[in-house]
Design a protein around this ligand. Sequence first.
Ligand code: ATP
Ligand code: MG
Length: 223
Amino acid sequence: MSSASEPMSAAIGVLGGTFDPVHYGHLRAAVEVREQLGLSGVKMVPSAQPPHRQAPWASAEHRMAMLRRAISCQDFLAADDCEMRRQGPSYMVDTLSDIRRGIGDAPLVLIIGQDAANGLDRWHEWRELFELAHVAVMRRPDAESDYRDELAQCMARRMVTAPGALHAAPAGLVIDVAITQLDISSTAIRALIAAGQSAHYLTPPPVIEYIRQHGLYSGPVSA
Ligand code: ATP
Ligand code: MG
C-alpha cells in the first residue's frame, strides 16, 4: 500500500496549528519530537478555518507564507496546505484522512501540545483520530494533563512509553514526549507587535521581516 517515495517503515509526524505566527516553540518542538520518535519528517499543517477557536488574525495565505519562510532551511520539516485546499472548517480528522490516503499503512503520528490534547474530545469525530494516527502529546509550560472521562480512559489504554512501538503499527497508540519548555506563544508575539515591541528571538528573522513588510498584528486587539 505504501507509495514508492514512502517506505513502510517511515513514520511521519503531523503538527497542526494556527501558526499565527509560527514561532520557535513550534519549530523546536517539531525538531525534538522528530528526533525522539525517529520520524522521517514532520508535516506542519496551518489550519485554514480552525473550528475550535476564534478566527486567526492573519489570513491563511500569510500564515502559510510565514511558515514556509521559517522552515525553508530544514528538509525534514514540510508545510502542508491540505487544509487550505479544502472548503469549510478545518477538521484534523479530514487532514489525517488526506495524509493517510497518500502513505498507505505507514505509521502516522499526530503531534499536539498538552493544552490541545486536554480538549481532544471536543474535536470533530475525535475517536476516529486514533484509527488514523498515533498521538504524541508534548508537555507545555502552562498545561497539566487534564483529560475528561472517556478521553482519559482512551488515552490510558493506548499509552506506550517506548517510541519503537509507534513504528510497529500505523495508528492507535499514545505517547507523552518531554521537550524543551520554551514559553513562547503566538498570542504573546501578537501582543508584543501590537504594543510596538520587538518579537526578535521568539520566531525566526524571516518571519519577523514578513510581519513587518505586511504590517501584520499591528492593530490594537491582536492578542
Ligand atoms: P496561540 O497563542 O494563538 O494559541 P500557540 O502559540 O498556542 O498560538 P498554536 O498554533 O495554537 O500556537 O499551536 C499549534 C500546536 O503547537 C498546538 O498543539 C500547541 O500545543 C503547540 N505549541 C504551541 N506553542 C508551543 C510551545 N511553545 N511548545 C510546544 N508546543 C507548542
Ligand atoms: Mg494555542
